[in-house]
Design a protein around this ligand. Structure first.
Ligand code: SF4
Ligand code: SF4
Length: 90
């Protein structure tokens, strides 16, 4: 029986798989640490793996890879993440 290589179209959210974001991102997620309850929902949902878990249980956002999709802000139940235009960010 002849054997064929298996090729799938499945991709996995993996840091750096598509390279660094560069300067094209339009919206940037901004975290209000005072509101964050450390539930990790944003960490679960971020398709780019750009939410980091810090040793103290808090989270941070890796802007090198964040694509600005806004999923984290949408999923955060306490609205600790808001999306701001890059040109509005100081
Ligand atoms: S979803 Fe919101 S509250 Fe939960 S860890 Fe992320 S920023 Fe914090
Ligand atoms: S905006 Fe999108 S890519 Fe950036 S941290 Fe939030 S979910 Fe991840």
């Amino acid at each position: 029986m002849k054997k064929y290589a298996v090729v799938t179209s499945i991709s996995y959210p993996k840091k750096g798989a598509m390279g660094k974001t560069g300067s094209w991102r339009v919206f940037r997620p901004t975290l209000d640490k005072a509101k964050c309850v450390k539930c990790l929902r944003c960490w679960i949902y971020c398709p780019e793996g750009s939410i980091r878990r810090e040793p103290d249980g808090s989270i941070s956002i890796d802007y090198e890879y964040c694509k600005g999709c806004g999923i984290c802000a949408k999923e955060c139940a306490v609205k600790a993440i808001t999306m701001k235009r890059e040109d509005e960010h100081e």
